[in-house]
Ligand binder design. Structure first.
Ligand code: NAD
Length: 248
């Protein structure tokens, strides 16, 4: 088992069709104790219960620093360590540059970028006190090619910001045995895509992707397990594309 006895915290992990929950399932199967963090309406306790015994669901809003700190303190009280953080919480908004309001900009950047900073700040002291750790940040192909199918320019900016923040943290915390890496998913079938693409449109998109299909949440989850585990012990500051070859 790749993650035996590791404690893994996953933000935005309660959506049963999402990347976070798919990763929670794979990490639990690899022996991790998983902490599912999410907004109250997403029912993180219910999601954690689906993983089986010994996991934990916590309500937390990653845009609120005190909420992140409370969550990290609860994890430490329950498990006494934090080995892995997956910064997965994110929201999109399919609008064009001239339509973005200040409030839209704040909302989208707050969840992906501020949330990644606040949750990393909340768990880093535990990783420093332990034997290092692995922080994985979910960016997006939208950051690399400037726009995607569902995200607006502010989403691309937020996800590009995540790449920079992660590399800076990788440089700063590498000497303490804390690795920080990013995953840039392509178009993955989750609630974000569900019902929004006709089968014909999906086929058209798939034809433009070298592997000829949209991604599955489990594709991203596998990459997360790799970056969380010692299989990637010499990787830090990397960006792992999980996009079926979209950028070739
Ligand atoms: P999703 O909507 O299922 O997951 C996002 C989760 O974040 C939800 O459970 C939501 O409740 C949670 N969340 C939102 N605001 C929050 C907050 N303030 N605090 C805590 N949790 C919050 O969608 P998904 O497709 O699984 O997306 C997961 C991540 O992957 C996101 O960061 C998304 O931008 C990124 N991504 C998705 C795709 C794709 O094609 N699906 C592609 C590239 C990147």
């Amino acid at each position: 088992m790749l993650l035996k006895d590791k404690v893994a915290v996953i933000t935005g992990g309660a959506g049963l069709n999402g990347l976070g929950f798919a990763t929670a399932r794979q990490m639990a199967a690899q022996g991790a104790k998983v902490v599912v963090l999410d907004l109250e309406r997403a029912d993180p306790a219910g999601a954690a219960a689906r993983l089986g015994e010994g996991h934990l669901g916590l309500v937390a809003d990653v845009t609120d620093k005190a909420s992140c700190e409370r969550a990290a303190a609860e994890v430490m009280a329950r498990f006494g360590r934090i080995d892995v953080l997956l910064n997965n919480a994110g929201i999109t908004q399919p609008v064009k540059t001239l339509e973005i309001t200040g409030a839209d900009y704040d909302r989208v950047l707050d969840v992906s970028l501020r949330g990644t900073l606040y949750m990393s700040q909340a768990v880093l002291p535990a990783m420093q006190a332990g034997q290092g750790g692995s922080i994985i940040c979910i960016s997006s192909v939208s950051a690399q090619r400037g726009g995607g199918i569902f995200g607006g320019p502010h989403y691309s900016a937020a996800k590009a910001g995540v790449l920079g923040l992660a590399r800076a943290m990788a440089r700063e915390f590498g000497p303490q045995g804390i690795r920080v890496n990013c995953i840039t998913p392509g178009l993955i079938e989750t609630d974000i895509t569900q019902g929004k693409l006709t089968p014909e449109r999906k086929r058209e998109i798939a034809e433009t992707i070298p592997l000829n299909r949209l991604g599955a949440a489990s594709d991203v989850a596998g990459a997360c397990v790799f970056l969380a585990s010692d299989l990637s012990a010499y990787c830090t500051g990397i960006t792992l594309d999980v996009n079926g070859g979209m950028l070739i």
